[in-house]
Design a protein around this ligand. Structure first.
Ligand code: FES
Length: 137
């Protein structure tokens, strides 16, 4: 496994890559799935259904959830099971790992255990360095 800096944001995808179909990606050496809900929220989950381990990227987005292609459990952007075709009542024990996601400037960034997304990064460029950091004597 590759060593990663855990507290940093990484580019996961470009915004235009997330259309109406789930997108499979390998993120931190793990299979992940990105999708955009009907409301426009982007989410990233482990690409593995906890029921029988089907790849979620082969499923579809229905409203605000992604549906597993095998038996049809549905998961929210937070990874919670929100629908079961078997009982109608979602089994709360079924949960998929979710990743924090920020979409800005046409890019979708995520990380493993991230600090809050820096405010300066929500604009197109980083802040200028402080004058004391650039002085030469
Ligand atoms: S494998 Fe996903 S619902 Fe069964």
């Amino acid at each position: 496994m590759t060593a990663y800096l855990r507290n940093y944001w990484y580019l996961a995808a470009w915004s235009h890559e997330i259309g109406d179909k789930p997108l499979a990606r390998t993120f931190f050496d793990r299979p992940a799935v990105l999708f955009r809900t009907e409301a426009g929220k982007v989410a990233m989950l482990d690409d593995l259904c906890p029921h029988r381990f089907a790849a979620l990227h082969r499923g579809r987005v229905l409203g605000e959830a992604i549906e597993c292609p095998y038996h049809g459990l549905r998961f929210s952007p937070e990874g919670n099971c929100v629908h079961s075709p078997f009982s109608g009542k979602p089994p709360h024990a079924q949960q998929v790992r979710s990743y924090p996601v920020v979409e800005t400037d046409g890019a979708i960034r995520s990380g493993l255990r991230t600090r809050p997304f820096p405010i300066w990064a929500k604009s197109a460029r980083p802040p200028p360095p402080s004058s004391s950091a650039c002085t030469t004597t």
